[in-house]
Write a protein that binds this ligand. Structure first.
Ligand code: URA
Length: 238
């Protein structure tokens, strides 16, 4: 059958529960596809009749939010160390999740959505989604250091990293990237022996109005913003 996906993915994308919990439900024999009890590893099409505990899954309406993430919160949906998560800050009725990660002490633009397809595309390196950060450093960079960061021989997490880095104001730099890896901006500046004291993401995938929200505040994206996000995620515009 064409257009099949892992069953746990279809259940998670419907907004019912997480992928991991869906796997658990499948293992427990609680999931049926067209009346037949499913096993873990089964694939299905969204057009088939999928039930969990006898109740058909219904695709949840997709929602898109912009959060101004404060520092001191994590971007995972839950934390085994009991730290506050970005989802603890919101009261969104749908089961949303963050699009990508920001470090505990990084602030700024963070998208929240229940649109798994869009999240996958925006966070996949193939789509080279633009992210812009403002980084306050512990020192002023020399002309040579700035030139080095804007050149083609910088490595971050073992891979060449292409970015533009421009001076914003004293010790503060704007970094534009089209991929993101673990602690990318902090490790980038380690190349020139600089520490990032303060990091804010000011733009992600063309969404850049986080400054209008106070720390921890969030709002729904406008229809225009959602349209732009989808065009970017599908590689139609950059
Ligand atoms: N780069 C970092 O170092 N941290 C972030 O949170 C995002 C990008």
């Amino acid at each position: 059958m064409n257009n099949t996906e892992k069953l746990q993915k279809i259940i998670a994308y419907s907004g019912l529960t997480s992928r991991r919990k869906a796997e658990f439900l499948i293992n427990e024999g609680k999931v049926k596809v067209d009346g037949k009890v499913a096993s873990l590893g089964d694939r299905a099409s969204k057009k088939q009749n999928i039930t969990v505990n006898g109740v058909p899954i219904v695709e949840e309406q997709k929602v898109y939010y912009l959060l101004n993430k404060p520092d001191g919160v994590i971007t995972s949906a839950s934390d085994d160390r009991g730290r506050v998560t970005v989802l603890d800050l919101t009261q969104i009725p749908e089961r949303v999740f963050p699009v990508g990660r920001l470090d505990y002490n990084t602030k700024g633009t963070l998208l929240l959505t229940n649109d798994g397809d869009l999240t996958h595309k925006l966070t996949h390196p193939r789509y080279e989604v633009k992210r812009v950060y403002k980084a306050k450093l512990n020192k002023v960079l020399s002309f040579e250091e700035l030139e080095f960061l804007n050149g083609g021989s910088v490595k971050v997490n073992g891979k060449y990293s292409i970015q533009t880095v421009t001076l914003d104001e004293k010790r503060s730099y704007v970094v534009t990237l089209s991929v993101g890896s673990y602690h990318h901006v902090k490790l980038l500046f380690e190349n020139v022996d600089a520490n990032v004291n303060n990091l804010t993401r000011i733009e992600y995938a063309g969404i850049s109005h986080v400054g209008n929200l106070s720390k921890g505040q969030y709002r729904k994206l406008t229809p225009k913003e959602i349209k732009k996000l989808k065009l970017i995620a599908n590689g139609i515009i950059k």
